[in-house]
Design a protein around this ligand. Structure first.
Ligand SMILES: [Mg+2]
Length: 280
């Protein structure tokens, strides 16, 4: 992909990363769809995440008028740890809590986020809901993220059917919500949402070009659902929590296979859709 340039026919693609475009070796083994891939993240010399070579190659084919915008629950530090095979002008991190423009947080969005979460209890109150449960077998460790939200590393096999609704209810009473995502359980304040940051960015692009860009989105988890709902076309990988939960809006496509093969199909269809667009 060449340097991005904003035109009247620009396309904004807001794409979740983990379990949508990139996968840990452990997730790949579980989801299938293995393809030749390259590492994009190491910790202490160990490969944590990979991207399929064909995904990188298809991203290279996207025309410059396409803005590929990572939209992740990762914090900025966790996002910056990735060595992605493409450059991006805009990114959404911390589940919508941060909008990066050329690598720097957009201060007007920071102020808007603070305004949006004022109705929710402070982070300490939500984190206490996790620390109070530190003795439960499913709760392995808990963390605070970017002073915006918190999450736990969980053992999903120990998480019985009552625990999650009970925790979600406790969260609801303080203006928060609990959202599981594989081995992570996120506690998010109401108002902190990827789709809010996506809408902010689309409006920013619209203000610059005079026209709302076409919007594609891809994601695998419940935190991505509303972002897919506002997209012109959305993609969900087969075998993902969203594909299994179903009830997806009509513009959302589920891939044929999961894992890296699902990612390859998603990115291949981005290229096809953008080229079809050029012929109209
Ligand atoms: Mg994901």
């Amino acid at each position: 992909m060449n340097a991005q340039s904003l035109t009247a026919d620009s396309v904004a693609i807001t794409a979740d990363l983990d379990q949508t475009l990139i996968f840990s070796p452990r997730a790949s083994a579980r989801l299938g769809g293995g393809l030749p891939c390259n590492p994009v993240e190491h910790i202490d010399g160990v490969v944590i995440s990979e991207i399929a070579q064909t995904v990188s190659e298809h991203i290279d084919l996207l025309p410059p008028r396409v803005f590929l915008i990572p939209a992740t629950t990762r914090t900025v530090d966790q996002l910056n740890r990735l060595q992605l095979p493409f450059a991006y002008q805009y990114a959404i991190a911390a589940n919508g809590g941060v909008v990066l423009v050329d690598g720097f947080p957009d201060s007007s969005w920071d102020a808007e986020v603070q305004r949006r979460v004022t109705a929710a209890a402070p982070l300490n109150a939500a984190h206490a809901l996790l620390t109070q449960r530190a003795d439960r077998p499913w709760l392995l460790r808990s963390y605070r993220a970017a002073e915006l939200f918190c999450y736990a590393i969980v053992d999903p096999t120990e998480l019985d059917a009552n625990e999650l609704p009970e925790l979600d209810e406790a969260c609801a009473q303080i203006g928060w919500r609990a959202r599981p995502q594989g081995r992570k359980l996120y506690l998010l304040p109401n108002g902190l949402a990827k789709e809010a940051a996506v809408t902010f960015l689309l409006e920013k692009l619209c203000a610059q070009s005079g026209q709302r860009p076409r919007h594609f989105a891809a994601g695998d988890a419940e935190v991505d659902r509303a972002m897919l709902g506002i997209a012109d076309i959305g993609w969900v990988p087969a075998g993902s929590p969203l594909a299994l939960a179903g009830d997806l809006p009509p513009q959302v496509r589920v891939t044929d296979a999961g894992g890296h093969s699902g990612a390859a199909q998603i990115v291949g269809e981005w290229v096809t859709e953008c080229i079809a667009d050029e012929r109209h």
